[in-house]
Each structure stands twice: as structure tokens, then as C-alpha cells.
Design a protein around this ligand. Structure first.
Ligand code: ASP
Ligand code: MG
Length: 429
């Protein structure tokens, strides 16, 4: 996406309000969305609404396509998937009109919202704001379809699952919006998923960097690329619940994070597979081939380790189980080419990650992760620490327990969780 230009004109504050699938799941909820949009407008704001498809709809549409052809053509998939948002967008515009407001809906190609041609995972190149500005100037609410765009040949494209978040944040960046509000079925960003960990605490704020880690490590509240855009253009994002008046969580830059804490929260990614190639010949050329192959798979390979034993090397990494099938032929070919003596695959694993700006600076964090899990006899493997997170693998069946244990061990339910080495006699935490 190219850098946004500030548009001259209206001085009213501009809000982009995005509503996810559960917020537009039925007509009653769409009426609620319309009410919220009109309220904001009456308070003196210009309002742009971005909506997802009604919940379950995108899955239903993609399911239809897969019934016709098991491996459907990506271009056609996008034509089908984009219809979900076409319906919810027009229904939302109608609901606003039904409540006495004025609204106009826009699909991706009508703005246009230009993307590249990577069907099913297109990237935004440019957002045309002319038409939105026109309707706002007439006192209308612009209702924009999330998730979709159009390429330079006028093909319909979609941005990838959860892509309405990307549309919302990109629009907010392009329009120079004062706030991008992401309305969802949870009330904000939590230290841990409250459905699994009842003591999970809603954060007042989180830095873009921490959110990026949490989103890439399995927190589903925001699509990862939307956080990247928010960070790049410093879009003020407020994640909040559709069905509550409460403040949610603000995404802010690291410097302005107004909560003194070193840890943000925990995230889990289930259904991970661990692949280990052992007995590889130690050869730079071969290593480069392996890395290229992993890159080509274009999947989230993580916890990559490289171990040298004499003249031989072993490499292990994780990837989502669902990707294993796709990756397997290439991996087997590689095993032959690289002369690996064995390929070992384990499945049913969960990657548990602790995220926070203080992870790197405190060596006791890794120690505490291991100690607290060991106490409950939960084996953890492949620990990796980087600037913002520490991740490890546990058996899927014990992941929820591990999450609760770590939440407790790091006192994440407290507003100012701190990490210090143990001080009492037994050296207990
Ligand atoms: N409707 C799309 C999906 O289900 C996009 C979104 O909901 O953000 O992935
Ligand atoms: Mg979503």
C-alpha cells in the first residue's frame, strides 16, 4: 500500500467502524450496527462502516465451491467468497436508511480498492477515497464491503480469511481517520482467551508490536496484516465489543503504552506439526535449498532449529498440520536430495507463546516457563525466545492447562505483572 495522503475537506472527526461476522449475524444485529453508526454520526463524526459477511457465510460459500471441485480455481473462489460481504454491506446500508439515516454501500471494485492479483490472499496496493469522501460530504454514512478488492485487470480479489480487518485499517490509514474501531464478539484484547483461562484480563492498551506477535501466534481477534498496516501508518485502533458500552483495548505505539507492564499476554496455536530432518550432509548449498523450499511453501514455519552433530546436521521446524499434506511431497523430495537419513513428523501439538516487550530483557522468564510447567509435569519442547516472545510446544491435550498455569505463574491477571527471580527460601515462584 502506498503512503496515504491527507484529504482536504471535512474537519469533522472521521471514524471507521468495522463489524465482524457475529456482529452482522442476523437482521436484529444489523439493526444494532446501524444504530451504533448513526449514534456516532449524531455525535458529530463522519462515519465509514466496514462489514464482514454474516457469520458462517464465507465458510458456506467456500464449501459450495469445494463441492463442485475439490481444488477450485482461486480466481473463481474469490468471485464466490466476495458475495458474502456484498449482502451484508447492502443490508447494513438499508438498516441505516430504515432508521432515518442516509447510507450508501460500496463493494471493493466500486471504490476501487486496488490489490495485486494474488487471489484468496491479495495485498492492497491503493485505496481510492473519492467516492467515500463524496458521500460523507453529503451527510451520508459510507458502508464498505470488507475483505474484497479488485486487481489491475478488474478481477475480483479477496484479502485472505479475516480480511475485513485489513480493509478497515487500510481505509482508516488512507482516509487519515481519527480512530479505527474494530467491533467484535469479545470486549477487547485479553491476557489470555477468557474462555480457556477465566482469569484472563482485558488490556487497556497494547503496543502494535506486541499485538503483531499475539496475532501471528494464534490470537484471532485481529488479522495479522491489519496490525502490520496499523503499525506502519500509526492508525489508532480501538478493539471493542459490539454488545457492550465498555471501553475495549487500544493499539498504541510502544512509547505511549500507558500501562506499566512487561508482559502482554499468552496465545496458543493448536494443531501444529513438528518436522525433523536428521542426518543431513553439512553443505551450505543444500541448506539454502531447504530454506528456499520452506519459503516457497509460503506457510507459517516457526521454531526453526538447526543442530550440527559432527559432519551431519539436523533441522526441525513447526508448521500448521493442515499445511503438512501440501508440504509433504516437497519435503520427501528434499529428503532424497539432501540425503537425510530420517524424517520424523509429530502432530497434535500446540504452540504456546508468552508475549511482551519485557521478554528479552529478563532471562528468568524462560526459567519460570519451564519451572511452572515442570511442576505440573507438562513437557515443553523447542523453546525459542526472541525480542518479544517466548514460545514452546506442548501436547495439544494439555495446552489449555498449560495456558492457565502460565497465566497464573506470571500473574497476568494483575495489572502490573512483573518478573523477578525467586526470593523465598525454596526458590519457589
Ligand atoms: N468474511 C471473511 C472471512 O470470513 C472476511 C472477514 O470476516 O473478515 O474470512
Ligand atoms: Mg475477524
Amino acid at each position: 500500500m502506498s503512503a496515504p495522503e491527507k484529504y482536504p475537506g471535512s474537519r469533522r472527526p472521521l471514524l471507521v467502524k468495522k463489524f465482524g461476522g457475529t456482529s452482522v449475524a442476523d437482521i436484529e444485529r444489523i439493526r444494532k450496527v446501524a444504530r451504533l453508526a448513526l449514534e456516532s454520526q449524531r455525535e458529530g463524526n463522519d462515519v465509514v462502516v466496514v462489514v464482514s459477511a454474516m457469520s458462517g457465510e464465507t465458510n458456506r460459500l467456500l464449501g459450495l465451491a469445494h463441492q463442485v471441485l475439490p481444488l477450485p480455481d482461486a480466481r473463481e473462489l474469490d468471485v464466490i467468497a466476495a458475495t458474502g460481504e456484498q449482502v451484508s454491506t447492502a443490508l447494513t446500508a438499508l438498516a441505516i436508511q430504515a432508521q432515518g439515516g442516509q447510507a450508501c454501500s460500496f463493494l471493493g471494485h466500486q471504490l476501487p480498492l486496488r490489490t495485486d492479483s494474488a487471489f484468496t490472499r491479495a495485498r492492497i496496493l491503493q485505496v481510492e477515497q473519492e467516492r467515500i469522501r463524496e458521500v460523507l460530504a453529503c451527510g451520508q454514512i459510507a458502508v464498505v464491503a470488507g475483505f474484497q478488492g479488485v486487481d489491475s485487470n478488474d478481477n475480483i480479489t479477496t484479502l485472505g480469511r479475516g480480511g475485513s480487518d485489513i480493509t478497515a485499517v487500510a481505509l482508516a490509514a488512507a482516509l487519515g481517520a481519527d480512530v479505527c474501531e474494530i467491533y467484535t464478539d469479545v470486549e477487547g484484547i485479553y491476557t489470555a482467551d477468557p474462555r480457556v483461562c477465566p482469569s484472563g484480563r482485558k488490556l487497556k492498551s497494547i503496543s502494535y508490536e506486541e499485538m503483531l506477535e499475539l496475532a501471528s501466534l494464534g490470537a484471532k481477534v485481529l488479522q495479522v496484516r491489519s496490525v502490520e498496516i496499523a503499525m506502519k501508518y500509526e492508525v489508532p485502533v480501538h478493539v471493542r465489543g459490539t454488545f457492550t458500552e465498555e471501553e475495549g483495548t487500544w493499539l498504541v505505539s510502544r512509547e505511549t503504552a500507558f500501562e506499566a507492564r512487561v508482559l502482554a499476554g499468552l496465545a496458543c496455536e493448536h494443531n501444529q506439526a513438528r518436522v525433523e530432518l536428521s542426518g543431513l550432509e553439512h553443505h551450505p548449498e543444500r541448506m539454502a535449498e531447504l530454506m528456499e523450499l520452506l519459503a516457497e511453501l509460503n506457510t507459517s514455519v516457526d521454531l526453526l532449529r538447526h543442530r550440527q552433530e559432527g559432519t551431519q546436521v539436523s533441522i526441525s521446524f513447526t508448521l500448521p498440520e493442515g499445511e503438512l499434506l501440501r508440504a509433504k511431497p516437497s519435503l520427501e523430495r528434499l529428503v532424497d536430495d539432501l540425503g537425510a537419513s530420517a524424517i520424523q513428523v509429530s502432530t497434535g501439538l500446540t504452540k504456546v507463546s508468552l508475549v511482551g516487550i519485557g521478554v528479552r530483557s529478563d532471562p528468568w522468564i524462560a526459567a519460570r516457563v519451564c519451572r511452572s510447567l515442570a511442576r505440573h509435569r507438562i513437557p515443553v519442547s523447542d523453546l525459542a525466545v526472541n525480542e518479544l516472545r517466548i514460545s514452546g510446544l506442548v501436547e495439544g491435550s494439555r495446552a489449555d492447562e498449560a495456558l492457565r498455569i502460565l497465566h497464573e505463574a506470571f500473574e497476568l491477571a494483575r495489572a502490573e505483572a512483573s518478573v523477578t527471580r525467586p526470593t523465598n527460601a525454596e526458590g519457589a515462584w
